[in-house]
Design a protein around this ligand. Structure first.
Ligand code: ADP
Ligand code: MG
Length: 231
C-alpha cells in the first residue's frame, strides 16, 4: 500500500474563520494526516475547534483557506451532491445534537442510511432493529424522537451512524450525556466496528476513559493542534 492511499484524511494548512470580521480562527493553518484504520481522540477545551474539525473532515463545512483531502478527494473541488453522496457512503456521524428526523420512528431513522443506499424497507428495518438492540433500546424503537429521553435519542443516533458499517466514523462527544455503563457499551460497540471493519474513528471527547480507546490523541487549543501523541 502506498503512503498516499493509506491516508484517509489530509488537512493542508486548513483555516476556518467564521463571520466577516477577522475574528479568531476556529481552525488556524492546521496540517494533519490520518491513516486508514486509526482511532483518534480529539480533545481540547470548549471553543478550541473540535467540532469545526469534524465538520471540515466530512465536507459539511468548507475551509476559508487550505485543502481538505478525504480519501484522495479534494472536497472543495466537488459539488454539494458529490459531498452528500460521499457522506452517505463512507461517513457515519454522531453529532452532539443527534439530528434525528422528527417525523420518523427510531427504527425508520436508523434504517434511513440503508434505504438511501437502495436497500429494501423490510431488510433495512431488520438491520436497524438489530443495531438498535445492540445499543440497547429495542423497546422504544417504534417511538418518534420527541417521545424518547435524551439518552434514547443518543442511542438511536449512534445506531444510525453504525448501521451501514461506514469506513469512517465521526463522533462528537457521543457518550457525553450517557451514564458511564451505557457509555462503556457504546465505546465497546465502536471498538467492535473498528475490529471488524478497520473503521477510522475520530472521537471528540473530554473523557480520559473514552480517549483510552484510541491509539492517537490530538489536543486542540485556539484552533491549533498543540499536542499529537501516539501512532
Ligand atoms: P469546540 O467543538 O472545540 O467546542 P467549535 O469548533 O465549535 O469548538 O468552535 C470553535 C470556535 O469557532 C469557537 O470560538 C466558536 O465560537 C466558533 N464557531 C463555531 N461554529 C461557529 C459558527 N457557525 N458561527 C460562528 N462562530 C462559530
Ligand atoms: Mg464542539
Amino acid at each position: 500500500m502506498s503512503l498516499e492511499t493509506d491516508q484517509i484524511v489530509r488537512f493542508e494548512r486548513v483555516s476556518k474563520t467564521y463571520g466577516e470580521r477577522n475574528e479568531m480562527a476556529a481552525l488556524d493553518a492546521v496540517d494533519l494526516v490520518i491513516c486508514r484504520g486509526t482511532r483518534v481522540a480529539v480533545m481540547g477545551p470548549s471553543g478550541s475547534g473540535k467540532s469545526t474539525l469534524l465538520n471540515l473532515v466530512c465536507g459539511l463545512d468548507t475551509p476559508t483557506s487550505g485543502a481538505v483531502i478525504f480519501d484522495g478527494i479534494n472536497l472543495a473541488e466537488r459539488s454539494d451532491d458529490d459531498r452528500t453522496r460521499l457522506r452517505r457512503e463512507k461517513i457515519g456521524m454522531i453529532f452532539q445534537t443527534f439530528n434525528l428526523l422528527p417525523t420518523l420512528t427510531g427504527v425508520e431513522n436508523v434504517a434511513l442510511p440503508l434505504r438511501l443506499k437502495g436497500m429494501r424497507t423490510g431488510e433495512a428495518e431488520k438491520k436497524a432493529r438489530s443495531m438498535l438492540k445492540r445499543v440497547g433500546i429495542i423497546g422504544q424503537s417504534g417511538n418518534r424522537p420527541d417521545e424518547m429521553s435524551g439518552g434514547e435519542r443518543q442511542r438511536v443516533a449512534i445506531a444510525r451512524a453504525l448501521v451501514f458499517e461506514p469506513p469512517v466514523l465521526l463522533a462528537d462527544e457521543p457518550t457525553g450525556n450517557l451514564d458511564s455503563h451505557t457509555g462503556d457499551e457504546i465505546l465497546g460497540l465502536m471498538d467492535d466496528l473498528h475490529n471488524e471493519y478497520n473503521t477510522t474513528i475520530l472521537l471528540v471527547t473530554h473523557n480520559e476513559a473514552a480517549a483510552a480507546h484510541c491509539q492517537r490523541r490530538l489536543t486542540l487549543l485556539d484552533g491549533r493542534i498543540v499536542a499529537d501523541v501516539g501512532e
